[in-house]
Design a protein around this ligand. Structure first.
Ligand code: XMP
Length: 517
């Protein structure tokens, strides 16, 4: 593999993903890895990620300098570039000059193998305080900016390269080209890795992990759990039972879709658990978003445990409990629940941070390092229908985190109706592929005055939150056509009782998150 050394950047997985996009398999490793451990993994190339630190800070993350002596093609990015410069005898300076965001870079000379063939002036995305003032001996400077004399360097003989900017983010104009030049031209790696390989590898890995044991899978109807379940089914067939928990927080028609379409396309054995009363009972009186998430996460697991016991009894499998649980956790879920190295907890996604401590299952999470669009590609490869892989993301805690205030059966009914109208109109307008998703949120504790049919109303607002995104890590609000917004608003206020106002959320992420809770 290509090893991506993680110095604690939110971007480390993004680098790994861009490398996979270039058709080369990659894996993340922590920066504490030793040169001997690197050698043992026998990587074809190494990429050093950025990081939040300054190389001058006490305790700043470092890398065993022996890694640079292994003769493995290496690319340093941002902080990784500075770590490299320092380890190889260059000079990193703390000048007090910073560069954040879009920056003009000038290619020096022919740009070498990394920047060769690219325009001599280009827009790159920077985020740094320190800078490389002097390249190490034997290194050629490949780019500079107004502030940074050494913005990229390379040593063809040793196949060591570095860039100060972030080629992995889309805001760097030729970013992907820089990564591809490094991988294909400098390191000579072919582009021969694709979603078919992921399936083969995961199938292999899952078989090794579970042997002949039985496994249950948490199916939510969403893309992630649909694909992870199909993947595990491909690996172990009838050893798998899928469990769909109807927690009463589903959208209209969702249960029927899972029970019909999914089973038809995969042939997986499915058990549906009716748990709406239990969930609503535990959610009664709860308004705090994190508390809701924790309760829903916990009750999910309790429901699975119940099914587990029933299945064991049914099979009369003496002393052989079902130890394994499949979850469709994706990488952004892990990062935002504080699971990435050195990243902050934004909210507890129910399939990660919301798990109870006394979890009685060993988890199988075959999609844990992947992003949504990669998962969709795998789903298609596995033969899942477009109606399932092309679906908009829907959070595990469901409508429970789209009611601001207490969750009750009545309020769920209102929200379900409003949500169904919004989805219907967005689809009818052909906008499904343009938006990432459009949460519909009920502000249950807010009332406003309105007038309808000559009478005064005192109802609740519904928020439309249409967003465009590539991977849910960042998002922008979608500029929906006014006539579509108008139609949705008219229909909701006319057809849904107790709603007398529809408002549009025009916040990007950051600073807002996609969901309201
Ligand atoms: P936020 O609100 O964090 O959402 O910007 C990012 C993406 O994740 C979805 N989401 C969840 N998915 N379990 C999930 O499976 C969760 O607990 C959860 N919370 C948010 C959200 O719909 C968006 O696509």
């Amino acid at each position: 593999p290509v090893l991506v050394v993680d110095f604690g950047a939110q971007y480390a997985q993004l680098i790994a993903r861009r490398v996979r996009e270039a058709g080369v398999y990659s894996e993340l490793v922590p920066h504490t890895i030793t040169a001997a451990e690197v050698a043992e993994k026998n990587p074809v190339a190494i990429i050093l990620s950025g990081g939040p630190s300054s190389v001058y800070e006490p305790g700043a993350p470092s890398l065993d300098p022996g890694v640079f002596e292994l003769g493995i093609p290496t690319l340093g990015i941002c902080y990784g570039f500075q770590v490299m410069a320092q380890a190889l005898g260059g000079e990193v300076a703390h000048t007090g000059l910073r560069e954040y965001g879009a920056t003009d870079a000038a290619v020096v000379g022919d740009g070498g193998v990394l920047l060769g063939g690219q325009p001599s002036e280009q827009n790159v995305w920077m985020s740094h305080g320190d800078q490389v003032a002097q390249a190490p001996e034997g290194f050629q400077v490949l780019a500079s900016t107004a502030v940074t004399p050494v913005a990229a360097f390379g040593n063809d003989e040793r196949c060591l390269y570095g860039v100060q900017w972030h080629p992995e983010v889309k805001h760097s104009d030729f970013g992907q080209n820089v990564l591809e030049n490094f991988l294909h031209k400098a390191a000579g790696l072919p582009a021969d890795w694709n979603s078919g390989n992921v399936i083969e590898e995961q199938v292999q890995r899952i078989r090794e992990q579970v042997g002949s044991a039985r496994v249950i899978s948490a199916l939510s109807g969403g893309v992630d759990s649909a694909v992870s379940t199909a993947l595990v089914h491909r690996a172990i067939g009838d050893q798998l039972t899928a469990v769909f928990v109807d927690h009463g927080l589903l959208r209209k028609g969702e249960r029927e879709q899972v029970e019909k379409d999914y089973v038809a396309s995969t042939g997986v054995r499915l058990i549906t658990v009716d748990a709406a009363d239990t969930f609503l009972g535990h959610l009664a009186g709860v308004t705090d978003p994190e508390e809701k998430r924790k309760i829903i996460g916990r009750e999910f697991i309790r429901a699975f445990e119940k099914v587990q016991r029933e299945l064991v009894e049914e099979a009369k499998a003496e002393g052989e409990p079902i130890r394994f649980l499949v979850q469709g956790t994706l990488y952004p879920d892990v990062v935002e629940s504080g699971g990435g190295a050195g990243t902050a907890n934004i909210k507890s996604h129910h399939n990660v941070g919301g798990l109870p401590d006394d979890l009685d299952f060993e988890l199988i999470e075959p999609l844990r390092t992947l992003f949504k669009d990669e998962v969709r590609a795998i789903g298609r490869e596995l033969g899942l229908p477009e109606a399932i892989v092309g679906r908009q993301p829907f959070p595990g805690p469901g409508l429970g985190i789209r009611i601001v205030g207490e969750v009750t059966a009545d309020r769920l009914e209102i929200l379900r109706d409003a949500d169904a109208i919004a989805r219907e109109e967005l689809s009818a307008a052909g906008l499904d592929s343009e938006i990432w998703q459009c949460p519909v949120v009920l502000l249950a504790d807010v009332r406003s005055v309105g007038v309808q049919g000559d009478g005064r109303t005192y109802g609740h607002p519904i928020v439309l939150r249409p967003v465009s995104s590539e991977d849910a890590m960042t998002a922008d609000w979608t500029r929906l056509p006014y006539d579509v917004l108008s139609k949705i608003s008219n229909r909701i206020t006319n057809e849904v009782r107790e709603v007398n106002r529809v408002v549009l959320d025009v916040t990007s992420k950051p600073p807002g998150t996609i969901e309201w809770e």
